[in-house]
Design a protein around this ligand. Structure first.
Ligand SMILES: [Zn+2]
Length: 427
């Protein structure tokens, strides 16, 4: 596995990465020192400038998973996937609301709800979205720290609705001169979303397997590419009606007529994406793209569907590219445990557990000495027994003594691990 090592100069400004063998030499000759362990970055001790190139950063935005890739020419320099803690935040907010409700009920008599008496600051976003925005920016900043990013391309929507409304396929802000494939994908993505990823044949509602976009009035009979003339069908139903299209025209039209995507669902996530773009602009120039373009580009390059591959497609804009055979995985765990009371009678946790036990704390990355397995501490006990899990949160050991553990890196709220990609790709 040819790993790239990231390089910063003595003023901590990023340069182009180098091969691991070169980094080893520099470290050995004491011309450089370790700057960061994950992703592995060295800091040169001498010389302030170095050779730099145009590095484009691609971001595949998402509510729970973010794809990140940095590309230079026809080479991928960095690819990663980051898991947000959105679901954790949602959990905590529901919990907080229920705690507050019971506390109110316990301490006061009935009073009218007063939900309208609080002012929100300008630019306020719901906590889950706010967290999502922060995670995107953290990831952009992290890459910007180790690579000289000159441009950021962010996928801010799945498809371009304006283009569809006009009935033309003018992808207003995007690169629509690329050809009919992009226009088609834009339309398909819209139809899939509009029909909620379900077969629209009455009494079918199949969601597994292949879903296809069917022209209600066939193209050869003058049917248009307007959303109204398109409906989502499963493979089986699509086959069933071939040759009998005319019988189904009225049934299908009654379903699609006036049907639109519920834009309310988007409004909030869209607000988050606008914020991401706004903040990213303070780091480097930003361009926006849409999912339909990404999908066509990724297929063109011939990459399987993963978050980091989507990001590679975004950054390279469909150019053939040499990918890496590993990627970084980041998981935002959030470190805090805010629970103050526990137990059936809500006792205060009088002695809150020590932050550090036997030199280990939560989310430390450790190696199990006898087996060589690498994991993270997710549980600690005063006895010096630790629970170890992998980066996805799956338990490796329920209990392992500190004597059998070796610390690799100190716990952070964002966990990081390098993952190999097996030959032939994932899946
Ligand atoms: Zn069906």
């Amino acid at each position: 596995m040819k790993k790239l090592v990231y390089v910063v100069n003595k003023n901590e400004k990023p340069l182009m990465p180098c091969k691991a063998s070169k980094a080893k030499k520099l470290l050995k000759n004491e011309k450089a020192e370790v700057f960061e362990y994950e992703p592995f970055t060295i800091k040169l001790k001498f010389g302030a400038s170095g050779y730099k190139n145009k590095v484009v950063l691609g971001i595949d935005t998402g509510s729970s998973n973010i794809g990140i890739a940095a590309v230079c020419g026809n080479r991928v320099l960095f690819q990663a996937e980051a898991k947000t803690k959105t679901s954790l935040i949602v959990d905590r907010m529901t919990k907080r609301a229920s705690y507050r409700r019971t506390r109110r009920n316990r301490k006061t008599r009935y009073r009218k709800p007063r939900f309208d008496n609080r002012k929100r600051k300008d630019g306020w976003l719901p906590p889950s979205i706010q967290e999502n925005v922060e995670m995107h920016i953290k990831m952009i900043k992290m890459v910007n720290k180790i690579l000289p990013v000159t441009k950021i391309i962010i996928e801010t929507a799945q498809f371009d609705t304006h283009a569809l409304k006009e009935g033309k396929y003018k992808l207003n802000n995007f690169e629509y001169q690329k050809g009919p494939l992009y226009k088609e994908e834009n339309l398909k993505m819209y139809i899939r979303k509009r029909d909620k990823y379900l077969c629209q044949m009455p009494k079918c509602k199949e969601e597994k397997g292949v879903l296809e976009c069917h022209h209600i009035i066939p193209r050869r009979k003058g049917g248009t590419n307007k959303p109204e003339n398109l409906i989502l069908l499963c493979e089986k139903c699509h086959k069933k009606i071939t040759g009998k299209e005319e019988q189904f025209i009225d049934i299908f039209y009654s379903i699609t007529k006036g049907k639109r995507i519920n834009t309310k669902d988007f409004a909030r996530t869209q607000a988050g994406k606008t914020k991401i773009v706004e903040l990213a602009k303070t780091i480097a120039p930003v361009e926006q793209t849409i999912g339909a373009i990404t999908k066509v580009d990724r297929k063109k390059i011939g990459l399987p569907k993963t978050h980091y591959n989507d990001a590679v497609a975004i950054a390279s804009q469909g150019r053939k590219i040499k990918t890496l055979n590993y990627y970084y995985k980041f998981v935002n765990k959030g470190r805090g445990q805010y629970q103050l009371r526990k137990g059936i009678r809500s006792q205060m946790i009088a002695q809150s557990p020590e932050r550090e036990i036997e030199g280990f704390k939560r989310w430390d990355k450790v190696k199990v000495i006898d087996t060589g397995e690498i994991g993270f501490i997710n549980r600690k006990r005063t006895s010096g027994q630790f629970g170890i899990s992998d980066i996805e949160g799956k338990t490796i050991y329920g209990s392992k003594t500190f004597r059998k553990l070796k610390k690799i890196s100190s716990g952070k709220s964002i966990l990081c691990e390098m993952k190999k990609i097996p030959k032939g790709g994932l899946k």
